[in-house]
Design a protein around this ligand. Sequence first.
Ligand SMILES: [Zn+2]
Length: 138
Amino acid sequence: MKSLHHFLVSLTFSAIAFVQGSPRIAVLCMLVGWLVDADHEIDHFIYTRRFVLNPLKLGEALSRQWHGTLYIPLHGWEFLYLILIASSVYNFSFLIALSYGCHLVMDILGNGIKIFEMSVFVRWSRGWKRQFDTDSWF
Ligand SMILES: [Zn+2]
């Protein structure tokens, strides 16, 4: 998924939070919904020894095109669960979880990532190798 799409969706949740009088929640919506793609910089750097350093190009430097691996440690259902639990325990807005969850779903739909591959544990257990069978979402 293109970074601009993530930016626009995150901006929507952020604007809702801001209108509700929660500027900190608004900032967090942008961080988890858009800037989470900064982990692609790690992935890109591992293979090229260079950073992209363009916020509108985050997530577009995917090493899987060259090596079949995908080091994106900030993308995972595990973090969505943690955000949901934290928002329940500490009583803060679900907009953060919505912003992050939409990011993951958009990556699945837009990048052909399988639903189970959107788990840090699954990717780690596979040695960060990415499966390219695009006939299935699982
Ligand atoms: Zn992403």
